[in-house]
Ligand binder design. Structure first.
Ligand code: NDP
Length: 480
């Protein structure tokens, strides 16, 4: 059985307490590796190493930092198959999805920010003929990075790459549910040329290791992707230290299907947006709002499409969906559906846990589930399920569509389907969400601002937004 170890000061080390947690494989429910149950003493050791490494890393030429990150990207690319298999085994997602999406994106994250720092420009402002200002950007120090389990390496590297590129040193805490690809990454850091202490990865629970990182006085910056409730705890823990924080949180994302939409494209993309990665993507559509005149035809085609999606062994290339990440998460998803049923909502398909044959019988499978919801009031229309569950709701007017779309605490992403340019632009303006997609979904350009409104987050990641977050600005004013 693989024993995962922390990576501190360039070395693979045991947790000081000697305590480990079981790591469960979602596809068959077996414990297949163990990870450190790190505590505040491990975090303190990692932060001390990162603090020692900071002056030298910060002083490196940006070309040198970029070259190291490019090399790291190449090393991951050389082991793409190994990383993809590990991500699938650890998370439950289909291996083909990890091969096509998760690992290529992790590689791209490093390449993108390695390039971005070489093309960065800083501002200068001339006040009068004899007074001008220029702006310096400096890394913040030891960055604390906390990432979730749904896109483990993809989202960890989305933070690691800009933090390291801009000259910070790092202590990262991946989700305890999906440590494996972060562990594989630790095996490449020295070979890529990262000096000891620059990138430290500490494994363990949020309550112990995560909290110790957030509350450590020598960590001036916390970048967090995860649940809205966790963010509230982290915000309170970080506030007394005036830490810089970035929160990328949950969503209850609507898809708006207007009657003039290209129905084939809208149905196909909505199936993907509801069920890709078992619905475990913060950007997944979980509420489809459909213009009443096409509701029946859309619903019939969508439900038929959902039933046809192959749920199966994540190792098989034709599986569109694999297992949910954990038994606990599957129970949470099933609980939402059970309560919707108790409230009298009609389940159009799915809604029962799936038991696959043979050695997969103890895996955490849950089918694509479609629920009819009359309005925005039921719990299933308000709370994030983060699984393969989507509601269908008809709307009669544009105003009703917008009201329904905005009637949740969240504001992360929206997908709008219409052939009418006016409707598209109007809805883009009226909907409260950080990402608006028109006739597409999860179409990502790493330069654009990424993040959520309302309970979906604070701050933006991507391109210059990440470069700004991981640096402090200093204005210098000169009188000649
Ligand atoms: P959690 O909030 O439970 O956990 C996220 C990370 O925070 C994990 O590493 C977790 O550790 C850690 N953590 C938990 N409690 C604390 C704490 N008190 N102090 C410090 N760290 C802590 O989210 P999930 O992992 O369940 O991820 C799912 C959520 O993430 C969903 O709400 C989803 O929408 C959101 N998300 C948002 C994205 C975005 O970009 N907006 C993208 C992807 C997901 P551990 O797991 O070890 O307990």
């Amino acid at each position: 059985m693989e024993i995962i170890r922390n990576y501190i000061d360039g070395r693979s080390v045991e947790p000081r307490s000697g305590l480990y947690l079981d790591n469960v494989r979602p596809r068959d429910g077996t414990v297949y590796s163990r990870l450190p149950d790190s505590d505040a003493s491990d975090v303190a050791e990692a932060v001390a190493a990162a603090k020692r490494a900071f002056p030298e890393w910060k002083a490196k030429k940006r070309q040198e930092r970029a070259a190291i990150l490019q090399k790291l990207a190449n090393l991951i690319e050389g082991r793409l198959a190994q990383f993809a298999e590990a991500e699938s085994e650890d998370q439950g997602k289909p291996k083909t999805l990890a091969e096509r999406m998760d690992i290529p994106r992790a590689i791209e994250n490093f390449r993108f920010f390695a390039g971005a720092i070489l093309h960065q420009e800083e501002a200068a402002h001339q006040s009068t003929d004899s007074v001008f200002n220029y702006t310096l950007r400096e890394p913040v120090g030891v960055a604390g990075l906390i990432s979730p389990w749904n896109l483990p390496l993809y989202l960890l590297t989305w933070k690691l790459a800009p933090a390291l590129a801009t000259g910070n040193t790092v202590v990262a805490k991946p989700s305890e549910l999906t440590p494996m690809t972060a562990y594989l990454l630790t095996q490449l850091l020295t070979e890529a040329g990262l000096p000891p202490g620059v990138c430290n990865i500490v494994f363990g629970t949020g309550a112990r290791a995560g909290d110790a990182l957030v509350a450590h006085p020598d960590v001036p910056l916390i970048s967090f992707t995860g649940g809205t409730e966790t963010a509230s705890v982290i915000g309170q823990r970080a506030a007394p230290f005036y830490k810089k924080t970035s929160f990328e949180l949950g969503g209850k994302n609507p898809g708006l299907i207007f009657a003039d939409a290209d129905l084939d494209a809208a149905v196909a993309a909505s199936l993907r947006s509801a069920f890709l990665n078992q619905g475990e993507i913060c950007l997944c559509t979980s509420r489809l709002l459909i213009e009443a005149s096409i509701f029946d035809v859309f619903a019939t085609r969508f439900v038929a499409g959902a039933k046809a999606l192959k749920l199966g062994d994540p190792r098989q290339p034709d599986s569109f969906m694999g297992a949910l990440v954990s038994q606990g998460h599957r129970s949470k998803v099933a609980g939402f559906v059970a309560r919707a049923r108790e409230q009298g909502l009609q389940i159009l398909c799915g809604g029962e846990e799936v038991v696959l044959p043979g050695d997969l019988s103890k895996g955490f499978y849950y089918p694509p589930t479609v629920i009819l919801a009359p309005d925005a009031s039921p719990e299933i229309m308000q709370k994030e399920v983060f699984g393969p569950v989507v509601t269908l709701t008809p709307f009669r007017t544009y105003d009703e569509a917008i009201r329904l779309a905005n009637q949740t605490p969240y504001g992360l992403a929206t997908s709008i389907w219409t052939q009418n340019l006016n409707t598209a632009h109007r809805a883009a303006r009226d909907i409260q969400a950080g990402q608006i997609w028109i006739n597409t979904w999860m179409n990502r350009d790493l330069r654009v601002p990424f993040g959520g409104m309302k309970a979906s987050g604070i701050g933006r990641e991507g391109g210059r937004h990440s470069l700004e977050f991981y640096t402090e600005e200093k204005n210098v004013c000169i009188q000649i």
